[in-house]
Write a protein that binds this ligand. Structure first.
Ligand SMILES: CSC[C@@H](O)[C@@H](O)C(=O)COP(=O)(O)O
Length: 386
């Protein structure tokens, strides 16, 4: 089985899989400049909170590797890199991984201040590469902690397999590999704990049907696709038969009290899960945690263009039922004059979340109903909260 990779990188060269063409066509774009990185992210050719941060960081690393910076003093070079990072930060607003990566990159280049411009650039490139490599390790740990938590809380085991529902895409395509929520599902499968994975279509951008369904099939994980509107009926009619124990989702931003921004539709799933006695798990690396924002009310939710709701693209299906991946079409699915509201994310309040699984462990709610991240992030906590 070939490995799914959203990003292929070697020093000086970055290739990014165009996810808009999936699952019908595999095409990698070369990304060599900050503008190309920005464009890949803003047009959603690459998407998913960790992958966005990785492409922005490595895209600029490639630009700096191949094109000497013009500044002469260390101060000038640092300010030019800062400017490029601030530009990249504008590519998409809701996921915090990019902001956290930028903070980390800015701090790292300052450790080379006074050592000359090559040292500053080198420090940047090495830090960007570390962000990429560390993400994979984080995903694998999230998978282990998530499976352990489900073993303890839902009795998941080879003798008592569980089923789960996931939303959006959080797999290898949204990260450096393995995935977060989908990473837990992969780990459950490898341990023999998984009965079945259900995935939502994830309207309007269809990350679930285009990407997650593709990843699940690719991995040979027993799985079923549903539309977003079928979740309640699924829980009501198929929970017992399938032993549906958890909804597992990723995160674009988990704020200080645990409120979590994730793909639109996540919030309604959390309400349904509570109603049906199903655990609700947020799987997120600590790079997706934002301690500076106190509650979900402070999260900026990206609104996207109307055509994402009123039009859809895909590949032509022939009369024999075969999909012709080379023959793409874009079709209208609504009266093009209708007014549209298209928020890309929503906020799930902490009260509906049972656990936030990070690479540093599973964090459960305290008696006050909020999450306390001070134990897993003591330094960041001290900086922000004191
Ligand atoms: C590990 S990816 C976590 C989230 O980024 C994911 O669930 C999600 O909401 C992605 O949204 P997208 O708009 O496709 O970037």
């Amino acid at each position: 089985m070939s490995l799914l990779q959203a990003v292929k990188y070697q020093r000086g060269k970055l290739e990014v899989l165009d996810q808009l063409l999936l699952p019908h066509e595999f095409h990698y774009d070369t990304v060599s400049t900050r503008q190309e990185a920005f464009d890949s992210i803003a047009t959603m050719r690459v998407r998913g909170a960790p992958a966005i941060a990785i492409v922005a960081s490595l895209g600029l690393a490639v630009e700096l590797h191949n094109n000497p910076v013009s500044g002469t003093s260390d101060e000038q070079v640092i300010s030019q890199i800062d400017e490029a990072l601030d530009y990249l930060k504008q590519s998409r607003p809701t996921a915090v991984d990019l902001t956290n990566a930028i903070t980390q990159l800015k701090a790292t280049i300052r450790t080379a201040d006074g050592k000359g411009k090559e040292a500053i650039v080198q420090a940047f490139i090495e830090e960007a590469e570390r962000i990429f490599e560390k993400d994979l390790q984080s995903n694998l740990s999230i998978g282990d902690f998530g499976a352990q938590w489900l073993q303890a809380q839902a009795g998941a085991s080879p003798d008592q397999k569980i089923s789960v529902l996931t939303h959006c895409n959080t797999g290898a395509l949204a990260t450096s590999g393995h995935g977060t929520a989908l990473g837990i599902i992969r780990t459950l499968q490898s341990k023999g704990y998984l009965k079945h994975a259900f995935c939502t279509e994830t309207r309007p951008y269809n990350q679930g049907s285009r990407l997650t369904a593709f990843e699940l099939v690719h991995e040979g994980i027993p799985s079923t696709l549903i539309t977003d509107s079928m979740a309640a009926a699924l829980f009501r009619t198929k929970k017992a038969e399938n032993n549906i124990a958890a909804v597992i989702v990723g995160a674009d931003r988990v704020v200080r009290n645990g409120d979590t921004a994730n793909k639109i539709g996540t919030y309604q799933l959390s309400v349904l899960a509570k109603h049906h006695g199903i655990k609700f798990i947020v799987a997120a690396p600590t790079t997706s945690i934002d301690l500076e924002t106190k509650t979900g009310d402070g999260i900026k939710i990206e609104e996207r263009k109307r055509e994402e709701l009123t039009q859809i693209s895909g590949a032509v299906v022939g009369p024999d039922g075969r999909v012709d991946g080379n023959n793409k079409v874009r079709v209208a699915t609504a009266d093009q004059r209708i007014d549209v509201w298209n928020p890309a994310f929503d906020v799930t309040p902490a009260e509906f979340i049972d656990v936030v699984v990070t690479e540093k462990g599973a964090v459960e709610k305290g008696p006050d109903g909020t999450f306390d991240f001070s134990k897993i992030l003591p330094k960041r906590w001290a900086k922000v909260v004191g």
